[in-house]
Ligand binder design. Structure first.
Ligand code: NAD
Ligand code: UDP
Length: 358
């Protein structure tokens, strides 16, 4: 029987980033112990400090790269991990088109190095940050996990490649438990306003763009297309509050722990999770114009916008079937579009320059 402390410790790669920081708080609140491993390529120590303040204890943080096998080895040798949540990766679609090798190297090679180290140290529980982007242009809505997968850019290909690797790994050895959480559109911030999304340059994504217009950092929003066959002609997405998403990771680990307990009790048949893809979304679609209007109402700020051409590669509508998450993990999103806008606005107006407080 494994000791309790061994079950509860999780390695969080990319834990200094947007979704990682919120997940660290959720893990702490759920009683999990964790170590954050991040190369700070797209994040800062300030984010780690804020999370430490919010949870009232210093986070165990290691600055390191997932492609650095020696560094990872030291981490695995020093801790008894129950599993790994793997957020570390690059995520900008446009940049991935310009720098495909950088994306495949970081997101695919890095994940292989991490999985090899897990194998060496017999840590077989893995939760991977996948994306709804693996569904490409969906054939039907809502999108369920058995839908066809296809991607059109290197970022999406890197997520799909890792999913294929995880599938093959599960086939090769049934002691692996590999959950791919396919996120829809994460937005929002912690209700304290202390942590949130902090894009480096001009945001590519809709919500941070809107919020930067609201604080006058950007002049006006360009809405990419108003001729889609949607409720008002603008694109429709399944926006999900980042704290709901964070809870989804806790639910995934609770599920893995439960399977381990069942197996260890010896009273049930051994159960292998194998490769398990699960959507994390709300199941509801919101259009670009609806989000702009909700943000404007919540913030009391006008959000000037203009319609421009469609953005290459964009699809009309995308929202999740959420039945599998509910059935297997007992998880569902709780927060509304108003909550998402309120919390984004609080973070953006308290910290207009994100973690750069100099
Ligand atoms: P983020 O950039 O805020 O966080 C990623 C973290 O990983 C950063 O702190 C970065 O410094 C770190 N990192 C990157 N490469 C690394 C490496 N080689 N070694 C160690 N650390 C490294 O991004 P996020 O929004 O928090 O996304 C987390 C994960 O979820 C990513 O894998 C992303 O692709 C995926 N995802 C994000 C979204 C989204 O809209 N935010 C949607 C679907 C999937
Ligand atoms: N969008 C927009 N203007 C922007 C950014 C995004 O009109 O400056 C639209 C985009 O065309 C899509 C929706 O907002 O319909 C969500 O885009 P985002 O990049 O946030 O997410 P993704 O395309 O990855 O779903």
């Amino acid at each position: 029987m494994l000791e309790n402390f061994m079950k509860n410790k999780i390695l969080v790669t990319g834990g200094a980033g947007y979704i990682g920081t919120h997940t660290c708080i959720a893990l702490h609140e759920a009683g999990y112990d964790f170590v954050v491993y991040d190369n700070l390529f797209n994040s800062s120590r300030e984010a780690i400090n804020r999370v430490s303040t919010l949870i009232g204890q210093t986070i165990e943080f290691i600055e390191g790269d997932i492609r650095d096998a020696e560094s990872l080895k030291q981490v695995f040798a020093a801790h008894h991990f129950f599993g790994v949540i793997h957020f570390a990766g690059l995520k900008a679609v446009g940049e991935s088109v310009a720098k495909p090798l950088m994306y495949y190297n970081n997101n695919v090679s890095g994940t292989i190095t991490l999985l090899e180290m897990m194998s060496e140290y017999d840590v077989k529980n893995f939760v991977f940050s996948s994306s709804a982007t693996v569904y490409g242009n969906p054939e039907s809505l809502p999108i369920d996990e058995s839908s066809k997968r296809s991607c059109t850019n290197p970022y999406g290909q890197s997520k799909l490649a890792v999913e294929h690797i995880l599938e093959d790994l599960a086939v090769s050895d049934d002691s692996w438990n590999l959950i791919a959480l396919r996120y829809f559109n994460p937005v929002g911030a912690h209700p304290s306003g202390q942590i949130g999304e902090d894009p480096n340059d001009i945001p590519n994504n809709l919500m941070p763009y809107i919020s930067q217009v609201a604080v006058d950092k950007l002049e006006k929003l360009s809405i990419f297309g108003n001729d889609y066959s949607t409720v008002d002609g603008t694109g429709v997405r399944d926006f999900i509050h980042v704290t709901d998403l964070a809870q989804g990771h806790v639910a995934a680990f609770d599920y893995l722990e439960k399977q381990t307990r069942l197996n260890e009790s010896g009273t049930t048949q051994q159960y292998s999770v194998g490769f398990l893809p699960i959507n994390l979304g709300t199941g509801k679609g919101t259009s670009v114009l609806e989000l702009v209007s909700a943000f404007s109402d919540v913030s009391g700020q006008a959000i000037p916008y203009q319609f421009t051409d469609r953005r290459a590669g964009d699809i009309a509508s995308c929202y999740a079937s959420v039945d599998k998450a509910k059935m297997l993990l007992g998880w569902q999103a709780e927060l509304s579009i108003t909550d998402m806008c309120q919390d984004t606005w609080r973070w953006q107006s308290m910290y207009p320059n994100g973690y750069d407080v100099s």
